[in-house]
Design a protein around this ligand. Structure first.
Ligand SMILES: Cc1cc2nc3c(=O)[nH]c(=O)nc-3n(C[C@H](O)[C@H](O)[C@H](O)COP(=O)(O)O)c2cc1C
Length: 180
């Protein structure tokens, strides 16, 4: 069955290592007949959550006028959400964290029953160290209803743009897209 697949690419580097994993996931998912959309977060305007509480206390829409609501609406509608990030100081990119914080405005309970995939890249060659970053995403998933982390594709040992070429993670991402 065709699924709606939303890919959130959060590196500030277009065509960078994690963005390349996004493209391979997209290619696999599209070949399998899924309906895929990729959003490059740096193209969007997403302000920080101010913690004003209008959404959580009063049930009112977030007063900020930017792209966050549009993206979160797509997360609510998707079957599969792919979250891609470089490892920055052992956590996710600021772009991704800023979007996650803004999901508060839809009470995040509306993002329920989703299948998640993580695509992460890091310079350090130790794959084990990347689990710390997976854990930061797990904190978000734990706040959602029935979030299923299907797969984390980790690509350690890549620093500069292009270093990921030839890495097995690209093929893994394509296969994950095909089988999602
Ligand atoms: C601000 C910053 C912080 C980083 N922190 C880490 C880190 O903690 N661990 C690591 O292995 N690599 C770290 N890196 C390297 C990136 O994770 C690596 O270059 C990655 O491949 C970038 O992915 P991208 O091309 O998708 O942006 C950091 C890079 C930057 C710019």
């Amino acid at each position: 069955m065709a699924k709606r697949v939303l890919i959130l690419s959060s590196s500030p580097r277009r065509g960078g290592n994690s963005d390349r994993l996004c493209d391979e996931f997209l290619r696999g998912a599209a070949e399998a007949g899924h309906q895929v959309e990729k959003i490059f977060l740096r193209d969007c305007t997403i302000h920080y959550c101010t913690g004003c509480g209008l959404c959580s206390r009063e049930g009112r829409p977030c007063p900020q006028q930017d792209d966050a609501a549009r993206i979160i609406e797509k997360m609510v509608c998707a079957d599969v959400i792919v979250m891609a990030s470089p490892v920055y100081f052992y956590t996710m990119s600021a772009q991704m964290k800023t979007l996650i914080d803004r999901s508060c405005a839809r009470y995040y309970t509306e993002i329920s029953g989703k299948e998640f995939y993580l695509l992460l890249t890091a310079a350090e060659p130790d794959r084990q160290l990347m689990l710390r970053t997976v854990d930061t995403f797990q904190g978000f998933f734990d706040c959602l209803e029935e979030a299923h982390l299907r797969r984390s594709i980790l690509c350690p040992g890549v620093w500069n743009v292009g270093e990921i070429e030839g890495h097995a993670a690209l093929q893994e991402a394509c296969e994950a897209g095909r089988n999602c």
